[in-house]
Ligand binder design. Structure first.
Ligand code: ADP
Length: 554
């Protein structure tokens, strides 16, 4: 049966009713929005539905509205019943476009299945999970916690969403930093490994070189040792222990050197050693070391400093070479020279006497023979000087060069020597500069020997110049005698050695007769007179030899 058409009055009344309902609905919505009523009407699939919150009150609403976290309630269909401003902000949409919308609108399609599972889970029990909100041109990583809420109309799901953007960024930054840290750590580890390898190989090298050193040191015939920069001994080789019979413990005692150095050599050995340590120059000394069986043998000691990059002394390397056999050989030679020169002296003197006797008979001799005799006398003089020098050297070595001392006038002695030199070397000019009378305590024959040796040398080593200057002047309590020539001169190195026994400069160009004994004897004589002998010279320019003698006080 067809329904009867409504009458006009019915339509007017229905219209009035609908308007009334509409006004009521508007008022309700306004009341809910402003928080006067805790309820919400949502257009669902089954028509309008009204929701009211059982526990809602004004305080909580304000609190939820103001909080930073997004707060949302969903119904079973996943429609947003309520959203605070923070959530709207998270999805970058106005509040009106959020409420009543399905929540999954803000989830990326590909993540929705996961999300549904999560929500389903949330309806069953409290849970927390990270999700990514995809709003209008904004993605917000969030921590979503789900909780069910009892509304008058049934249960709703409350979601609290904490924005993790800053945290994620921090995490990201942390991750980057961590990665950098790992890279740096790896680099450090690599470096460390390399360093360890270097240290290992250096240590191995060091060990090897130390072993080399030990092997070398223990297999050479000499005794060797090393000292620290301050002189403390820190190593002796096996030979040293074998020879001395001492133990390592013995060398740790403060006066261990007394146990090995001959008492007569102890003082000067230590003096030289201390001086070398102080000055950092090579240490060289001859002394006697006590062997394990109590016998002493002569040794030549040498120690050289080894310096580091900065030039500081790192340590000293010392060696002691046994020179006992050479010493004894030398002693035997000296003894032979002594005996031979002594034996030669007498026949030479008589030879000279006979030659002089012949030369007195000049009238009976032909000029040629006379000339031969003069030459023979000259050669004999040289020979006599040599033999005398040899005898002197052997006496010096035996400690038997003895002579008497008396007050002598050095000025007169010098003048007579100069006269003699002018006579012997007529081609030379001897300039004399002797100020005053110098009285000294000495042996005139020996001092004459020294002075004449200096003059002879000045002449001998001046192949181009013809001038020799002789001077004497007071020098404090001493008189200083100078003999200057303009001859071949001496280098610094040569000057250091010319007073040694048998030392001669190896220069074939200027080689002249002599055995390198004159200056050695002169030094002995001057030292015996409490004086000092020395030289100042420059190669190619000439030399000045001088000696000082103490003046006799009036
Ligand atoms: P020699 O008999 O060889 O002259 P000396 O002991 O008197 O022995 O001198 C030693 C060395 O010193 C000489 O061989 C020479 O090389 C050097 N010498 C000595 N005097 C001079 C000098 N006036 N000028 C240069 N060299 C000199």
């Amino acid at each position: 049966m067809e329904k009867a058409k409504p009458t006009y009055d019915e339509l007017v009344s229905e219209n009035t009713e609908l308007r009334y309902q509409l006004e009521e609905a508007n008022d309700t919505i306004e009341a809910i929005r402003t928080g006067q009523v805790d309820a919400l009407i949502v257009q669902g699939e089954t028509g309008n539905q009204l929701y009211t919150l059982k526990t809602a009150d004004q305080t909580y609403r304000t609190f939820i509205e103001k909080m930073n976290e997004g707060a949302v309630t969903l119904n079973h269909e996943g429609i947003i019943l309520y959203s605070n401003a923070s959530f709207a902000n998270m999805v970058n949409a106005p509040l009106q476009k959020v409420i009543g919308v399905k929540f999954d609108t803000f989830i990326l399609k590909e993540a929705r299945d996961e999300f549904y599972k999560l929500i389903k889970n949330g309806w069953e029990k409290e849970c927390k999970e990270e999700i990514l909100l995809a709003g209008n041109k904004r993605y917000t990583p969030c921590l979503m916690s789900c909780n069910t809420l009892e509304l008058d109309e049934g249960t709703a799901l409350s979601l609290i969403l904490t924005d993790l953007t800053i945290q994620k960024e921090a995490e990201h930054q942390l991750k980057i930093n961590n990665e950098k840290l790992i890279v740096a750590q790896n680099a450090t580890e690599k470096l460390n490994d390399e360093l360890e390898d270097t240290v290992k190989s250096r240590t191995a090298d060091l060990l090897l070189s130390r072993e080399h050193f030990k092997l070398l040191a223990n297999n050479i015939p000499q005794m060797t040792w090393t000292n620290l920069a301050d002189g403390t001994v820190n190593f002796h080789n096996q030979q040293w222990f074998n020879y001395s019979g001492l133990t390592y413990q013995d060398t740790q005692e403060p006066d261990w050197r007394h146990k090995i150095i001959h008492p007569d050599d102890y003082q000067f050995t230590l003096q030289k050693f201390t001086a070398a340590i102080k000055s950092g120059t090579i240490y060289e000394v001859e002394n006697r070391y006590r062997r394990y069986d109590g016998t002493y043998r002569w040794h030549l000691n040498r120690a050289v400093p080894l310096r580091n990059d900065k030039g500081e002394i790192a340590f000293w390397v010392g060696t002691a070479t046994d020179i006992e056999d050479q010493k004894q050989e030398m002693d035997r030679k000296d003894e032979f020279i002594g005996v031979a020169s002594h034996e030669l002296k007498t026949p030479l003197t008589s030879l000279k006497g006979y030659l002089q006797l012949i030369s007195y008979k000049k009238g009976e001799l032909s000029p040629a023979v006379k000339q031969y005799i003069d030459k023979a006398i000259l050669a004999l003089n040289k020979l006599q000087i040599l033999v005398n020098e040899l005898l002197d050297v052997s006496k010096i070595n035996a400690g038997r060069l003895e002579y008497s001392m008396e007050e002598i006038n050095l000025t007169a002695l010098m003048r007579s020597c100069i006269e003699n030199a002018r006579h012997v070397f007529p081609n030379f000019e001897f300039m004399e500069d002797v100020e005053g009378e110098f009285i000294v305590n000495g042996n005139s024959e020996r001092l004459e020997q020294v002075f004449m040796n200096l003059i002879n040398n000045a002449v001998k080593y001046s192949p181009a110049s013809r001038t020799v200057i002789v001077r004497a002047s007071q020098n404090g309590n001493n008189v200083r005698v100078y003999v200057t020539d303009y001859g071949i001169g001496l280098s610094d190195k040569q000057q250091e050695r010319i007073f040694e026994r048998f030392y001669r400069v190896e220069d074939k160009k200027y080689m002249s007769s002599g055995l390198g004994m004159g200056l050695y004897i002169s030094k002995e004589i001057i030292t015996h007179h409490n004086g000092k002998i020395g030289v100042q010279s420059e190669l190619g320019q000439g030399s000045t030899f001088y000696f000082d003698l103490p003046l006799v006080k009036n």
